[in-house]
Design a protein around this ligand. Structure first.
Ligand SMILES: Nc1ncnc2c1ncn2[C@@H]1O[C@H](COP(=O)(O)OP(=O)(O)OP(=O)(O)O)[C@@H](O)[C@H]1O
Length: 282
């Protein structure tokens, strides 16, 4: 009897734990209305999304539909006009080291070396750690993105792909729970972009970080994400549909591209963006 009771309790606990993991990041009824000289402008209108812990979610949608506005609310740089964003049941009201953002334009400090760009972030979040420890964390994360040799270079002396690697190493070096990427590879050439996508997947697997990433590239979203969130056009944009990406991990680009399901998903997303929610100017 006791055993049966314990088993029952354990299954309840497992259910609660799963629910907690499923509700890791919760965006609930979020709207954003900006005051403008022409009157209130509704960018987002009632966005609901739940993200599981460790999930990789890509967000696609036409320019101006409010993707950055939404992710800025998760980062804490922006606040909803209505609704709420919760991380592990806590409302997000300001930026914090549990959520790190990486932008398309790298945002490195040009007067600091690659190493010091990463070190500065670690130092600001972990001021009590010893200098040796902080230097070791910086070295470890630069090694993770293959930049050990470039540690003493200034941002102006390295390529765009390398700069984005520094930005990713810097973001991860403070061990955030959520990594927010706003079109991180948008400015890179195709080969560098593919290399960085592979590296990002490896890092995501090793760090077990939850990733939210904006992209305009459907192939990128299908290669990286567990789910692709497709937004309707603004104003008053909403989540139109969510695609579950079924490909096994670790993913192999060639194998995925040989899978007929890849083309079904790709065509479905293209149809959503360029027919059902086509932009007037496209
Ligand atoms: N502070 C603000 N005041 C008024 N309107 C704003 C403000 N910030 C953003 N907007 C408007 O909100 C809309 C959504 O902007 P946002 O940058 O979130 O879109 P996006 O989907 O990320 O676009 P893109 O893909 O081009 O980066 C745009 O029309 C933008 O002009």
């Amino acid at each position: 009897m006791q055993l049966a009771k314990n088993t029952h309790n354990q299954s309840q606990v497992n259910k609660l734990l799963k629910q907690k993991a499923d509700d890791f990041l919760v965006i609930e009824g979020v709207s954003k209305i900006y005051p403008t000289p022409e009157g209130p402008y509704t960018v987002l209108d009632g966005v609901d999304l739940k993200v599981r812990e460790g999930e990789f979610v890509c967000i696609i949608g036409h320019s101006g539909c409010g993707k950055s506005t939404l992710l800025n609310m998760v980062a804490g740089f922006n606040t909803p006009s209505e609704g709420i964003v919760l991380l592990q049941d806590q409302p997000i009201t300001e930026p914090g080291p549990d959520r790190m953002m990486v932008f398309q334009n790298y945002c490195l400090l040009p007067w600091l070396s690659v190493f010091d760009n990463v070190y500065l972030a670690i130092d600001s979040v972990f001021p009590k750690k010893s200098q040796a420890e902080k230097r070791a964390i910086a070295r470890e994360h630069l090694a993770m993105v293959g930049l050990t040799e470039a540690a003493d270079k200034k941002p102006s002396q390295i390529s765009g792909g390398m700069k984005q690697r520094v930005a990713i190493a810097r973001a991860l070096s403070i061990r955030p729970q959520v990594l927010i990427l706003d079109e991180p590879f948008g400015a890179l050439d195709a080969i560098t972009k593919e290399e960085l996508q592979e590296e990002l997947l490896q890092i995501w697997r090793e760090h077990q970080v939850t990733v939210l990433m904006i992209t305009h590239d459907i192939d990128e979203a299908l290669f990286l994400a567990d789910r692709v969130v497709m937004m309707t056009n603004g104003p008053a944009a909403q989540i139109g549909e969510i695609l579950e990406v079924p490909f096994a991990r670790p993913r192999n680009r060639r194998r995925i591209m040989e899978d007929p399901e890849y083309y079904n998903l790709r065509n479905y997303a293209l149809d959503f963006l360029y027919r059902r929610f086509a932009h007037d100017d496209e």
